[in-house]
Design a protein around this ligand. Structure first.
Ligand code: TYD
Ligand code: MG
Length: 459
């Protein structure tokens, strides 16, 4: 076997370089390079002949998924965990990852599955205290505080095959096969490899917890993202109690579904109607606020889009966007100027999606445009109005998918009017009685409909 050699590896992105340097060439991180010994990997040996097979399934067409019974969680995984798959759950420290997972473990264990929870961060008693607080002490979850991957794999291989193993967190795990210190990229990668192999060979589902840095990257184990079947992130807004679970990558399910939870004094509660939550603290009469009837995966979700248009000091005006795409804002501004005569070059512009949600649908264009025009004019939009529609560069308002589901959600939440693309939504007859639909074919029609005074802002 070849001798292990030393190498310099970026702890942020995993890139290797020849010598120590202050800044990583690959990801640009400062002071992220550390010395690691790299094991030469698998020793050279003669190849072995293996059998090849056909595409035809030999057993059940789909392995039954392991559902936790926490609806918001199961939806994001695509209907439960796939046996033998590995899922990485990322999130900032303190966001509630351990809480979510111990709740999921308890549910599964109560449903007669073997569930093992291994913590490398907390002592067993700390986990028990959390379980006590959550009222889960009776659930037969098997617990341990361990960090050696070899010991963990050996222990798990004894007895009944576990349905689910939680490793909290991957950064605390280490393998004796690699000489570098726990927490380094080499260790994290090595430990994850061993656990992925265990999952694939035994059919146990594994969840790895990973910490993320402030900019949302899963710290260190970015490399792990490529090794696992699914990556989920658990997010929340500082000071607010709701949390969003989102699939970033999923080999076995959709990546556009979100799960919404609320952190309470006794654990996470599912939020089955998130629109109510996101609109709850709304000041409906404030200028610059428009309600967007959006979709998150298969579920309609109403959120408020807020714009602030303020005179800019001389120089380059500011454009700041939270929760939406910068380039899309630039496009909407250009279309407003070119096709509706609204000049915003002299103004600082801020756009925010309320509640910490991220919107990626083009369908939000119309709501953003309405919020911008409303803020510029200082006139609030009609109460009880929702918006959706995509704006084309020509100024035309294009239809978007799921029109009916969006309208139904708006009607359910007590909205009375909807400004939508001209083309009627698929079979909107039932909803039309509950909502007054204002079809809008062009951006100039939207602006005219808002009674914006073209002579200038009225502030
Ligand atoms: P935790 O699950 O330990 O977060 P993570 O594993 O992501 O670091 O949750 C920590 C926070 O959640 C902590 O600030 C306390 C709070 N919390 C509650 O508000 N209610 C609860 O029932 C629990 C268990 C925690
Ligand atoms: Mg934790």
């Amino acid at each position: 076997m070849a001798k292990p050699h030393l190498s310099f590896v970026c702890q942020n992105c995993g890139a290797a370089c020849q010598r120590w340097q202050g800044r990583c060439d690959s990801c640009g991180g400062w002071n992220t390079i550390a010395e690691e010994s790299v094991s030469p990997g698998i020793a050279a040996r003669n190849g072995r002949v293996f059998g090849l097979s056909s595409l035809k399934l030999s057993g059940e067409p789909t392995a039954p998924r392991i559902t936790t019974g926490i609806g918001e969680f199961d939806r994001v995984t695509g209907g439960g965990f796939v046996p033998g798959s590995v899922l990485l759950l990322g999130g900032e420290p303190g966001i509630g990852k351990s809480t979510l997972l111990i709740e999921a473990c308890a549910k599964l264990a109560t449903a007669d599955r073997r569930v093992v929870y291994i913590s490398g961060e907390e002592a067993v008693d700390q986990i028990r205290l959390r379980a006590l607080r959550l009222g889960l002490v009776a659930a037969p979850v098997e617990l341990a505080a361990e960090t050696s991957v070899e010991d963990i794999v050996e222990t798990l291989s004894r007895g009944k095959r576990p349905s689910l193993v939680v490793i909290d967190s991957i950064q605390t795990m280490w393998t004796g096969l690699i000489e570098s210190a726990p927490g380094t990229v080499g260790q994290v990668r090595g430990a994850a490899q061993a656990l992925v192999r265990f999952a694939k060979t035994t059919g146990a589902a594994i969840i790895l917890v990973g910490h993320v840095t402030k900019d949302g990257q899963i710290a260190g184990p970015r490399v792990v993202e490529h090794m696992v079947d699914a990556v989920m992130s658990f997010e929340g807004e500082g000071g607010r109690s709701f949390r969003i679970l989102r699939a970033v990558k999923n080999r076995f399910g959709p990546t556009d579904e979100i799960g919404v939870f609320e952190m309470t004094g006794c654990g996470l509660n599912e939020v089955t109607n998130p629109s109510e939550l996101f609109l709850s603290s709304r000041e409906s009469r404030a200028p610059g606020a428009a309600v967007f009837a959006g979709m998150e995966g298969t579920r309609p979700l109403l959120v408020e889009i807020q714009a602030l248009v303020a005179p800019s000091p001389p120089g380059t005006p500011r454009r700041a966007v939270v929760g939406w795409d910068n380039a899309r804002l630039a496009m909407v501004l250009a279309v407003l100027e070119a096709h509706a005569g609204i000049k915003l070059g002299q103004y600082d512009i801020y756009l925010n999606v309320a509640g910490g949600l991220r919107v990626s649908e083009p369908a939000a264009d119309l709501a953003a445009a309405a919020a911008l025009v409303s803020s510029l004019s200082g006139q609030s939009l009609a109460a009880g109005m929702v918006f959706f529609g995509e704006i084309a560069l020509s100024g035309a308002i294009r239809p978007v998918p799921h029109g009916l589901a969006r309208l139904k959600e708006a009607a359910k939440l007590g909205f009375s009017h909807a400004t939508i693309p001209q083309a009627a939504p698929e079979n909107g007859s039932g909803v039309a009685s509950a909502l007054t639909l204002c079809g809008c074919a062009h951006i100039s029609a939207l602006v005219a409909g808002l009674n914006f005074d073209r002579a200038g802002p009225q502030r």
